[in-house]
Structure formats: structure tokens, C-alpha cells
Design a protein around this ligand. Structure first.
Ligand code: CS2
Ligand code: MG
Length: 405
């Protein structure tokens, strides 16, 4: 069997998605997600100009060899563009392997370790009250883990809060130039303890609570936050500070027992190694699309399991449903799976394009038994929603200094 051709599709059903389709000479095809929010076309060029021509004619069943060829063989290793391209090829090859074997990908990984995949949902509100009303609704729907983000009084926009957008899918989409937002650590600290104290009062103790700081704090501020939140027993605190210097997390660790999660923007196992082996985190948040596909995620999960670190894959709406499908197979298999981020199944336009058989009930996702990844891509429907240049916001402090978004 040989790879016959590789196509790259970009569509924008509200968000831009880059989808790779590999077709073999026997007619079997596979899908992968190569979406890199705000830099989509760079990955398209990398795939079309530099990856696809090298793969045509190769055996699609040699997933590991192709992964190593694209990673080690390129000399220029790592980085989000390269790794998103490798990831999409890798996912599509696993999809093909499953279809050839007549088995869902989780069976190829080793089978199910659990009956379903626990999810955490998002409650994003304009005030503490609004956030907690939304959280209570999610709890009533059966979610057992909820991430809380609330608008910060005195700041016009806060990370994660919907503003004039109808749903989370629309947030961060459709912005032809990067919008700018203002951040104040002081104003954030004035709100955060209250949000979680009121959350425990209203929601009780039988629901897991989570929070994403989106890299806004310095290590010592992050340590202070971890300590403040200890009484409210979070499942995890995500991205409390930037961790290009991974030992920043050791500062947080020294002061607080609030569990930490990090890694949604990391591209390789090397980016995660130090914080895992030093047990500076409790959950590793890498995504199949940004960290090199199923092959790489399996390796990260196995490495993390040696140090009691669980997996909690990124599940934001800028990862396409193809990535979500890949996560389902990894999550149901990984012995050290922790929890999967879930922001709903997407809007109606996206559901026309991507068809899958994943069912969500009572805060848990159930993976189907279709061979491969169990996801289909409707090219005609996708063509109705062409690429729309769009950026993530840029953050500034109140005095105008560029900050971490
Ligand atoms: C996030 C994302 O879901 C999350 O935890 O941090 O919303 C993130 O901001 C986007 O995926 C960035 O592309
Ligand atoms: Mg995050």
C-alpha cells in the first residue's frame, strides 16, 4: 500500500480549521487536524510545500518511521508550525491504520482503560453571580467538573468571558487583526478568592472546580494564588505562569498544594520533560494537534505515568473535531488519563462539516466503535466556509506594557 496524495483543506465555520486528508492507492483515506490558531496558513504552506511531496509513494502503515522522518529528518526540529504539520499527518495515518485493521484507534493503542471519558465544562460569566448560575446549570446537566472564569471588575474584557459573543465557539474567532486587551494582576486578585468561596457555597463540594490563569502571573504571584485557593480544593489550576523556564513551577510548588496543570502550548515531550520528572505539575495539557499527534501524545502519557502525572488534553474550540476525536481514543486508553476539556460539540456549520459518533452524557464522553478515528469530513460543506484571517488577542498592562495573553 502506498500514499497516493495528501490534501490540505482550510475552512472557517466560525473558526478556522486546517484539515489534512491522506489517500492511499487502495482507496482508504485518513484525516488529521493541523489547526494553529492565528498562524493557520503557515502550517498549510509547510504541509503542501515541504511535507506532502516527501510522503507520496511511502507506506502509510509505517507511522513511526514517517514520524521520525518528519521530526529528525528535517534538521529544523520542533516549533508549533512543524509539530502541527507532523501531528496532522500522524493522526491521518492512525486513522488509516484503524480502517485497514477494522478497529477503532483506541484498540490499536491497547484498548479501553475505562468506560467513558470524564469531561470538564466551562462556566464563563460577566460577574461572579452570572458565572455561578452558569456553573449550576452545567452541574444540573450532569457535569462533575467545571472551569470557572469571571469578568474582572474594572477591566473591559477578561480571558474566557463571552462578552457580546453567543457561545464559546465564537470567542477568539473572526478577528482580522489582533484585538488588544488590558490586564491587571491587582484587580484579578481582588476578585479571585471571592469567586471560589462563593462557588463552594453555591455548588457544594461534590463538583470539581478548575480555573485557567492563562499565564498572566509571575511565579511568586502564582504561588500566592495557589495558596489562596487551597481551601477551595480545585481539581487543578491551569497555566498559573509562563513556563519557558520550567523551574518557575517549583516556586509555585514550594508554597501551595493546589494541583497544577500546564502544557496546552507545548510542542514536544522535551517541552514537558523537566516539569514532569520533577513533579512540578499534576496534569499535562498537551494537545494531539500541537504536540505531534497520537504517536507523540502516547509517548508523553507513558512518560508522565512514571511520575504520577495525569493527562488532561487541551480541548478549546480552536482544535478541530478531528483533534477531539483523536483525544477521545487517547483518553479512553491512557492508564493515567485525568480529565478532558470540553466546550460543547461546536456550532451547526461545523457539525455539517465534521461528522462523528461521540456521545456525551452526564459529563462523560463515550467513544464510538467505527474503525480509525471515527470522524468524517464533508469537503463540499467545508468549501461553503472559506478561510477568514483571524487572531488571538494581545494583552497589555494598564500602563501599556505588552503582557502575556
Ligand atoms: C485555553 C484556550 O481552553 C483553554 O484552556 O487556554 O482558550 C486558548 O486560549 C486557546 O486555545 C488559544 O488558542
Ligand atoms: Mg488554557
Amino acid at each position: 500500500m502506498k500514499i497516493k496524495h495528501i490534501q490540505v483543506f482550510v475552512c472557517c465555520p466560525g473558526r478556522n480549521f486546517v484539515t489534512v486528508k491522506i489517500t492511499t492507492d487502495s482507496g482508504v483515506s485518513g484525516l488529521g487536524d493541523a489547526t494553529l490558531n492565528g498562524r493557520e496558513m503557515a502550517v498549510v504552506a509547510y504541509l503542501e510545500e515541504h511535507v506532502a511531496p516527501c510522503l507520496v509513494g511511502r507506506d502509510p502503515q509505517s507511522i513511526e518511521d514517517i514520524w521520525q522522518y518528519l521530526y529528525k529528518g528535517a534538521y529544523w526540529r520542533r516549533g508549533p508550525v512543524t509539530m502541527a504539520a507532523i501531528a496532522a499527518i500522524d493522526m491521518a495515518l492512525w486513522d488509516i491504520k484503524g480502517k485497514i485493521a477494522g478497529l477503532p484507534v483506541y484498540q490499536l493503542l491497547g484498548g479501553k482503560s475505562r468506560k467513558g471519558v470524564n469531561l470538564y465544562a466551562h462556566a464563563n460569566g460577566e460577574s461572579i453571580e452570572d458565572t455561578l448560575d452558569k456553573a449550576a446549570e452545567l452541574k444540573d446537566q450532569g457535569f462533575k467538573a467545571i472551569r470557572l472564569q469571571s469578568a474582572i471588575p474594572g477591566l473591559p474584557v477578561t480571558y474566557g468571558v463571552l462578552g457580546d459573543k453567543k457561545d464559546y465557539f465564537e470567542l477568539q474567532g473572526n478577528r482580522p487583526l489582533p484585538p488588544e486587551e488590558v490586564w491587571s494582576t491587582q484587580k484579578y486578585f481582588a476578585l479571585i478568592a471571592d469567586l471560589f468561596a462563593q462557588a463552594r457555597d453555591k455548588l457544594g463540594t461534590d463538583v470539581h472546580l478548575l480555573h485557567d490563569v492563562h499565564n498572566r502571573l509571575t511565579p511568586i504571584e502564582a504561588a500566592k494564588l495557589g495558596k489562596i485557593l487551597e481551601p477551595f480544593d480545585l481539581l487543578f489550576l491551569e497555566d498559573p505562569c509562563m513556563a519557558e523556564n520550567q523551574d518557575s513551577l517549583s516556586v509555585v510548588r514550594t508554597h501551595a498544594t493546589t494541583p497544577l496543570a500546564i502544557g496546552e502550548s507545548y510542542n514536544t515531550i522535551h517541552d514537558c520533560r523537566e516539569m514532569i520528572q520533577n513533579r512540578w505539575i499534576d496534569y499535562i495539557r498537551t494537545a494531539a494537534t500541537h504536540a505531534g499527534g497520537i504517536t507523540a501524545m502516547r509517548r508523553i502519557a507513558d512518560f508522565a505515568s512514571l511520575f504520577d502525572v495525569k493527562t488532561a488534553p487541551h480541548g478549546a474550540p480552536d482544535l478541530s473535531p478531528v483533534c477531539f476525536a483523536a483525544h477521545m481514543h487517547l483518553d479512553i486508553w491512557a492508564p493515567n488519563f485525568g480529565i478532558q476539556e470540553y466546550v460543547g460539540e461546536g456550532n451547526a456549520e461545523s457539525l455539517q462539516i465534521f461528522k462523528h459518533d461521540i456521545k456525551v452524557k452526564d459529563g462523560m464522553a463515550f467513544v464510538g466503535d467505527a474503525p480509525g478515528l471515527g470522524i468524517e469530513f464533508d469537503e463540499k460543506a467545508a468549501a461553503k466556509y472559506p478561510y477568514n484571517r483571524s487572531y488571538l488577542p494581545v494583552s497589555r498592562l494598564e500602563d501599556g506594557t505588552v503582557w502575556h495573553w
